[in-house]
Design a protein around this ligand. Sequence first.
Ligand SMILES: [Fe+2]
Ligand SMILES: [Fe+2]
Length: 283
Amino acid sequence: MKASELIIKTIDIPGVPMVALEIMKLIDQSHTSLDDLQQAIIADEALAARILKMANSSFYGVHQNINTISEAIAIMGFKTLRTIMLAASTRDVYKRFGLTEQKMWEHSLGVSVAAGIIAAEMPLLNNEEVVVAGLLHDVGKTILNNSQPERFSFITQRMNEERVTFASLELEIFGFTHTEIGYLLSEKWGFPQTLSNVILYHHAGYSDVQSLADPYTRTLCQVIALSDALCIRLGVGYRGPMADLELGEDQWQEALGISEERFAAITANFKSAYMHKKLSYRE
Ligand SMILES: [Fe+2]
Ligand SMILES: [Fe+2]
């Protein structure tokens, strides 16, 4: 057995949190009422608060304040609630919440904000799916950090010193990357297939992404890869900007038909939107 297979076997992929499991069961039952769902959600205060924050996020284009869970469900619908709840639950996956975890959370938030801006002018993509894909693209890093904290911080340290990508160091040290671990979690939690594929392919090479048969998944992967590069470049969730890394933004921009001027505007727009969003998430 290869070392990478051995390590992967020792990694504990957490199950879906109990409350989330309960809510998903309710969503899948045809006779569930809005009130049943609301009762189940408010049993977990932290989850309820996160769902409200997401529902109030400008991504939904709702301009009045949503104050109750039932209003949130009415606006989002059951299917969206299911995805949003999965995203909100991943916060519970963190075993501890120190500086490393704070940075990872900031990065995920940054990528979801950037992806929301990039996808805003792409009618093909569903905005809520884009935002959730941004929040969850690096979920594999959280799992790796939980089960291999020493190796994880060693990689982070080397990445900062050597200015190389996280994934290249993971390959060197583990023989696999957080994309595969994230995919294992997404299978276990029953994420929609598009989301699972984005988690698996977000660091794949250009030709691998281009060969994805489904145009929706392919475009979403490109959007997340470009948003990820933008955040890494600016240092969102990192110790500082990674100016000299090779991140291949050009090819994703080209694939998505985004000109240099538009990308500059997206970047400027992102900086203010991200600061705003970060403040609104403060707990
Ligand atoms: Fe990643
Ligand atoms: Fe990332």
